[in-house]
Design a protein around this ligand. Structure first.
Ligand SMILES: Nc1ncnc2c1ncn2[C@@H]1O[C@H](COP(=O)(O)OP(=O)(O)OP(=O)(O)O)[C@@H](O)[C@H]1O
Ligand SMILES: [Mg+2]
Length: 577
């Protein structure tokens, strides 16, 4: 994975892990709060329902007690019973007055019962909820005696405009006795869904219900017993979880959107940061590549003041230092090469000087002794001296040609033209292989012609040395190359032994009787001055092959500079920066 990808991943992870943890925590605590609020509502409702039930019981109690203590209807009934005037007229009166009395006290049932002991005990003297019941019986008087101040559940038959029905009611009662007469007042309130609904209204998710059995998970509010003390009905609360679940689902959805947005933001931020970090690295990589391929003029634009900017500045300083060092090295190499040349010239000059000196000394001696053979010796001696001097002169001429080799004057050259020109100058054994399209490089046409001529001449010499005047072959191949051009001169001569393959380029290395040994030294220098490279390899049939690669860009600026007189002098400290 590239550094950009790795940085991006680490930044996104670094941003997301704490963000995700925080988000999860926040969400969990929010859900917990919503949950707690939901159940707090339930317990508040349960409390208030309990209070309402107690209040209602107390209110019913007060209303019933008020009827027993002092009420015109009850008092009239007691009087009729005590005086024996109770009869159909009283019953008719009850049918008329009791329903409005019941509704006025907000009861759902109202009994007036005969509470005297004896056979009439329990007779219905009046009924607000079922007026025609008068004369019937209800087993409620003993129940009131048993329950006292409390309330109890019983089934009450009711008749109204909608018909007759039985309903469970919460009954409260009292007994009032006066002058031998006794009347029980029993008031009732319907227990059931309506009762539960009325307690709270229906604005909250909490629901009250009443049943003989309470379902699991419900919150009990109160239980109502029948007259024997047995639990008959339970009032309880349940809570509707649907709104809670809807709220939680909405929260989950929103937190998912939020997480997505956070991820996007993290990726964008990380991308921005990564780019600002990795772009200069990529530039540095590219610049390093250019320097590695020899372009020491490369300079990075420093736009930042941080560590990356410092690295770029250090890179620029390094490149400058490298360029200076390379120039020094080139100069040093050239000085070393010239020393070697001077050593060889001295050796070459010393060789003919010795016979010349000996010849002159011999002739001096003969002349001093007036020797008769002096006249005979002189022409031969003088000829030998002249020959040696001519050889010295030739050598010096050749050398100065090599020494004065000018810097290449590069122009755009199609190498096919140079190759064809050399083919024309070469012998019959020379063949040329070259492409149909132009192979262009920047080069000094004259110098390249000289390179190819020297190589072809060497090839012809070598091929003839092995095969005589016929049978020798020299092939000159030109090809385009990724760098520029590839030139190969090969022959079917004896080849060059491995040990001599470097030496052949040194000045004055020759194996030929009349060779100067400067041909390949000149070739090597011209190719080097063009920024190219030359190598020796195996050619046709074990012969030699000289392989030259020339860059399309031509002589590098640094090499041209190294040859000028104002090139950086050796040992001068490089300028800072
Ligand atoms: N194609 C070749 N096959 C075999 N040996 C070669 C070939 N080319 C060069 N040499 C060897 O390298 C030596 C140096 O060659 P270079 O061209 O420098 O000088 P030269 O050919 O000897 O002299 P000059 O070039 O002045 O005629 C040659 O003497 C020869 O021994
Ligand atoms: Mg030669």
């Amino acid at each position: 994975m590239r550094i950009r990808g790795r940085l991006l991943l680490s930044f996104v992870l670094a941003a997301l892990v704490p963000l995700g943890a925080l988000g999860l925590l926040l969400r969990a605590s929010l859900i917990e709060r919503i949950d707690a609020e939901h159940y707090r509502q339930l317990s508040t409702r349960v409390e208030s329902a309990r209070r309402r039930v107690d209040e209602q019981l107390a209110a019913d109690r007060r209303a019933v007690d008020a009827l027993c203590e002092h009420d015109a209807v009850v008092d009239g009934l007691l009087l009729d019973l005590a005086t024996g005037r109770y009869g159909p007229a009283t019953e008719q009166e009850m049918v008329r007055v009791l329903p409005p009395l019941m509704r006025g006290r907000r009861f759902d049932a109202l009994f007036l019962l005969d509470a005297r002991s004896g056979s009439g005990r329990g007779r219905i003297l009046g009924s607000g909820h079922y007026p025609d019941q008068v004369g019937g019986r209800a087993e409620l008087v003993d129940a009131i005696a048993r329950v006292g101040e409390g309330a109890f559940v019983d089934t009450v038959r009711v008749r109204d405009g909608a018909g007759t029905r039985d309903q469970q009611e919460l009954l409260t009662g009292c007994v009032v006795a006066r002058d031998g007469a006794a009347v029980a007042v029993v008031a009732g309130r319907v227990l059931g869904p309506e009762y539960a609904d009325e307690l709270l209204g229906d604005v909250s998710p909490v629901r009250l219900a009443m049943d003989s059995e309470m379902p699991a998970g419900a919150e009990p509010i109160t239980t109502f017993a029948d007259a024997t003390g047995e639990n008959a009905l339970a009032l309880y609360a349940t809570i509707d979880d649907a709104p809670l679940e809807r709220e939680i689902a909405l929260l989950r959805e929103r937190s998912a959107y939020l997480a997505g947005a956070a991820l996007l933001l993290a990726v964008l931020l990380a991308l921005g940061f990564t780019l600002t970090l990795s772009r200069p690295l990529a530039e540095l990589e590219e610049a390093t590549r250019r320097v590695a391929s020899g372009d020491l003029a490369t300079e990075m634009r420093v736009r930042r003041k941080d560590e990356v900017g410092s690295a770029m500045e250090a890179f620029n300083a390094m490149t400058k230092e490298l360029a200076v060092t390379r120039r020094k090295l080139l100069r040093a190499e050239r000085i070393a090469a010239w020393r070697e040349v001077a050593r060889r010239i001295a050796h070459e000059i010393k060789n003919p000087l010795q016979p010349i000196q000996m010849e002159i000394e011999t002739m001096q001696k003969l002349h001093a002794r007036k020797h008769p053979s002096f006249d005979e010796e002189f022409p031969a001696g003088a000829k030998m001296i002249l020959e040696e001097v001519r050889r010295l002169d030739d050598m010096v001429t050749e050398f100065s040609r090599f020494a004065r080799l000018p810097r290449p004057k590069a122009t755009e050259v199609d190498l096919r033209e140079v190759v064809s020109h050399v083919e024309g100058l070469g012998g019959d054994e020379v063949e040329v292989v070259q492409p149909a399209e132009a192979v262009r490089v920047r080069a000094d046409r004259e110098q390249l012609t000289q390179v190819l001529l020297n190589l072809v001449q060497n090839g012809v010499d070598a091929a003839r040395a092995r095969h005589g005047e016929s049978g020798g072959r020299v092939r000159l191949t030109l090809e385009p190359d990724p760098e520029g051009a590839l030139l190969v001169v090969e022959d079917n001569g004896p080849g060059i032994p491995e040990a001599d393959r470097l030496k052949v380029f040194e000045p004055y290395f020759t194996t030929k009787a009349k060779g100067t040994g400067l041909g390949l030294a000149i070739v090597h220098r011209i190719v080097g001055d063009h920024g190219g490279a030359i190598d020796v390899d195996e050619g046709i049939d074990g012969g030699a092959a000289f392989v030259i690669v020339l860059p399309a860009s031509g002589p590098p600026a640094a090499i041209e500079a190294s040859l000028t007189d104002d090139a950086v002098p050796l040992n001068r400290p490089s300028e800072p920066g």
